[in-house]
Design a binder for this molecule. Sequence first.
Ligand code: SAM
Length: 165
Amino acid sequence: MRGVLVELDRVADEARDHLTTAYPDLTGRYEIVNGDMFQNVPARPQAVYLLSRVIHNYGDDQCAALLQRLASAMGESGPEAELFLMEHLLPEDPQADEAQLHPSHALDMIMMTLTVGGQERTRLHLSRLLTDAGFILPAAEAKPNLPAEMTLLIARLNPDASPPR
Ligand SMILES: C[S@@+](CC[C@H](N)C(=O)[O-])C[C@H]1O[C@@H](n2cnc3c(N)ncnc32)[C@H](O)[C@@H]1O
């Protein structure tokens, strides 16, 4: 397995320095691409695309643009390509007892104050964004209880959707 990290210049350069010195054994197993994910997402055959705590930085319109960019790269990767989305999902029913202390509520407020349009989302909200961008989200493929109470959603391109622009 090989990894490709797409990052803004300063972070990409720091990541490259850090990985080279702290994890020399990984040399050759990753590639760091300096770039803007809204402009260019590199396509690789049979790839898994991972967005971890990225979507929550943006409002719905920017999420739609980013997901369309990913759908376009995944179209080039082939039918096995998958999108892994890791986020702190808001409970569907915020009034439910077990929902009241979920950390996503506090994170939602932090995103509201630190970003323009950033927010935590429910699974339903994320599914809508994904569906509109040409993905399918099989119901069974949600894995809750990751560290920090994140959830992993696995999406694939919808073969019946019109190709992304
Ligand atoms: C909230 S952090 C998530 C970091 C990590 N994935 C995690 O789960 O902890 C968002 C990351 O996206 C990067 N980023 C922001 N805008 C970007 C862009 N236009 N293109 C590529 N990376 C970007 C930031 O530099 C930052 O490292």
